[in-house]
Design a protein around this ligand. Structure first.
Ligand SMILES: [Zn+2]
Length: 252
């Protein structure tokens, strides 16, 4: 019975049914693409945040390292100070000039050591200042990315929620539009849709060209398409071609 009935359909009716299906499927594709783009943005932001967190902890570890170095140098200065005190006491009890000179040399050496340590501390403090600046920048970037991420996540959840109902509705309509389509044509439709990333299997003629691949369509072929007596595919991409008027009359 169904076969007998399908034979009654004209080419135009078959095309109309397929166009309807295409428009429903394209709307579904749009939802999936939008969601995919947003999830990708969320993923990118999460990656960026991870990178910034790593950078921040690296800077903090570097600062800690420099601070440890300063503590070490301060200890060295204290050591030198104690040694100098000890040497000065020894100088008070020397037996001769030579001994006094030798101790003086030791004191001089410790004083030079202290000066060098102080110079190193000054440099280290400068390094810390620079690293604190870098830390501040990283913290600022981290904070702004965290806000971005929060917003994007809210946006994604909202879109998932908002589109969930529409998506289910469209899926149902896609199912029933599939049932209305002529089986052989539907098979071709599915095959072409799988071939192209934009999921377009039936397109209209736009500016004398195929709306799928923009290959020019000769006027003779365009006239044939407008007659809607047979199904014509684009020679270049294989997509089924319809005239603009038919395309516009089909609503979902
Ligand atoms: Zn084409």
């Amino acid at each position: 019975m169904a076969t007998a009935k399908s034979k009654e359909f004209s080419v135009e009716e078959k095309m109309t049914a397929l166009l309807k299906l295409q428009k429903i499927d394209s709307k579904l594709d749009e939802i999936v693409i939008l969601r995919g783009e947003l999830s990708m943005e969320v993923n990118d932001l999460e990656d960026e945040l991870e990178g910034l967190n790593t950078r921040l902890s690296n800077i903090e570890a570097e600062i800690q390292g420099v601070e440890d170095f300063i503590v070490e140098k301060r200890g060295a200065i204290k050591n030198s100070e104690a040694l100098i005190k000890k040497y000065e006491t020894q100088q008070d009890n020397v037996k001769n000039n030579r001994e006094f000179e030798a101790i003086s040399k030791e004191i001089e050496h410790e004083e030079l050591e202290m000066q060098y340590s102080e110079k190193q501390i000054r440099e280290a403090n400068f390094k810390i200042k620079q690293k604190e600046e870098a830390k501040k920048l990283a913290q600022k970037a981290l904070k702004s990315r965290e806000t971005d991420l929060k917003e994007k996540k809210v946006e994604l959840e909202k879109i998932i929620k908002d589109t969930a109902t529409e998506e289910k509705e469209l899926e149902k309509r896609s199912e029933s539009a599939r049932k209305e389509a002529e089986p052989r044509l539907l098979k071709a439709y599915e095959k072409i849709r799988r071939t192209y990333r934009n999921g377009l299997a039936i397109v209209r003629i736009e500016r004398d060209s195929c709306g799928g691949c923009f290959n020019a369509i000769p006027p003779q072929v365009q006239a044939e398409i407008r007659q809607r007596k047979k199904i014509i595919a684009c020679e270049n991409c294989g997509r089924i071609l319809v005239d603009s008027d038919l395309y516009e009359t089909v609503e979902i």
